[in-house]
Write a protein that binds this ligand. Structure first.
Ligand SMILES: [Zn+2]
Length: 432
């Protein structure tokens, strides 16, 4: 490992903002201040740019093992690095699922060679079947901190209760829920509302999310357990989380860029790129998610990066699988939608994209999202916050192409990404 100096940028982290160079040696930040240099140091140009802690995405689907035609740990991590992420949490709905120490170990091994730190979430239940708890202690010992059956909701309240109780014995562990009541969403393909009625597409009601979040918050109260709402999408659930936080319930929540930007009206195109679970909601829901991000009810922006090979997204709306790509565009959508119009400051957006999610997933203990200060790991991204660009799916590093942002002109671009002191993206190009 070498020495590098990130020169000429504006450093923004949890502690504040200042113009400073960042000197890095052997993967660790050694000095932050003006006019830094060191003999033989590689110079990383941050002139006119923002230098921030690397972004942290606590919900991605890298499809390995099982669907390597859609994505792999290697390609997903490269795409994430291009999006400014130095750490991600891969969801366990793979084939086989991540409910077993051997499978988790194999994915973590793949991650060691990747362009960003790949942590994994473990299943709450064996086989993601919702009945019997997975060996959470064994998975915890491998470093798993987020437990979820994501892709599916844990519908059985008693199983959720026991998961909360078990996780209480594991410091830093959190029970994360894909909050959609399976009975209420059965057969549905988009948000249930005016648009689903007009289009004749069976709906998934907001109540499916709200009822599960309400129940889980009661179970978190009952057990003292830690609860995290994945990809929260409704005004109702946001209000419940806001009230629970005020009462001291141990709850955090995340929202995905699509849920604070797009509405169910997009489904009128019948283009499956707009199909996802939870679905795109009404404009009132979108407004509530934005308000939740602003007042801190929603702690994190997470992408739910869900690659699907082109063939499957060419199916009819009702046959196509749900999900969209996210890691390469999340920062720019957040800047375009929230920072540019003055809804959030850039630093508050970075809080929701870096240090707050890092803390939820325990990735701060691995050197992610920490202040840019001597002694901390050099996990950094360098951002041009006002550069505009047009999303071209053909240029994506992902194996898949299912992005609803194709052709969108976005503001905010990642210039460089540095992982443990090593550049992995330079001038917008992957170098690893
Ligand atoms: Zn999910």
């Amino acid at each position: 490992m070498g020495t590098l100096v990130v020169r000429g940028g504006r450093v923004i982290d949890e502690t504040g903002e200042r113009d400073a160079d960042v000197l890095v040696r052997d993967g660790v930040i050694v000095e932050v201040g003006p006019g830094l240099d060191a003999p033989g140091a590689q110079v990383i140009d941050a002139d006119g740019a923002v230098v921030a802690p690397g972004l942290v995405d606590i919900q991605v689907h890298f499809r390995e093992p099982g669907r390597e035609d859609a994505e792999t740990v290697e390609t997903g991590a490269r795409a994430a690095a291009l999006g400014g992420f130095t750490a991600v949490v891969a969801m366990p709905n793979t084939t086989p699922p991540l409910d077993d120490a051997k499978v988790v170990g194999a994915v973590l091994e793949q991650g060691r060679r990747a362009s960003c730190h790949v942590a994994v979430a473990g299943c709450i239940t064996r086989g993601r079947e919702g009945h019997e708890l997975a060996p959470m202690g064994e998975l915890y010992d491998l470093g798993v901190r987020i437990f979820t059956d994501d892709g599916d909701c844990v519908a059985d309240a008693n199983v959720m209760r026991r998961a909360f109780e078990y996780a209480r014995a594991l410091p830093g562990a959190v029970i994360a829920q894909h909050a959609e009541d399976p009975a209420l969403v059965a057969g549905g393909h988009m948000h249930e509302g005016e648009w689903s009625a007009r289009l004749g597409i069976p709906g998934r009601p907001a109540a499916a999310e709200i009822t599960i979040v309400a129940r889980d918050l009661e179970l978190a109260r009952l057990t003292g357990g830690r609860y995290h709402v994945l990809h929260m999408s409704t005004a109702g659930a946001t209000a419940l989380v806001r009230a629970a936080k005020a009462e001291g319930v141990r709850v955090t929540a995340e929202a995905s860029p699509q849920h604070f930007t797009l509405t169910d009206a997009e489904c009128a195109s019948f283009d499956p790129v707009f199909k996802m679970n939870p679905p795109l909601r009404s404009s009132d829901d979108v407004d509530a998610i934005v308000a939740g991000l602003v007042d801190g009810t929603i702690d994190a922006i997470a992408t739910d990066h869900a690659p699907h090979p082109p063939a499957s997204k060419e199916l009819a709306f009702e046959e196509a699988p749900p999900g969209m790509l996210g890691v390469e565009t999340a920062l720019a959508v957040a800047i375009t939608r929230l920072v540019e119009p003055g809804v959030l400051s850039l630093r508050d957006a970075l809080a929701r994209l870096s240090w707050q999610p890092a803390r939820i997933a325990g990735l701060d203990a691995h050197g992610h999202g920490l202040p840019i200060a001597p002694g901390n790991a050099a996990n950094l991204c360098v951002i041009d916050p006002s550069e505009t660009w047009v999303v071209d799916p053909a240029r994506s590093a992902s194996k898949s192409r299912n992005t609803p942002w194709a052709g969108w002109k976005l503001t905010g671009r990642v210039r460089h990404t540095i992982l443990r002191g090593e550049p992995v993206v330079i001038n917008g190009e992957a170098v690893r």
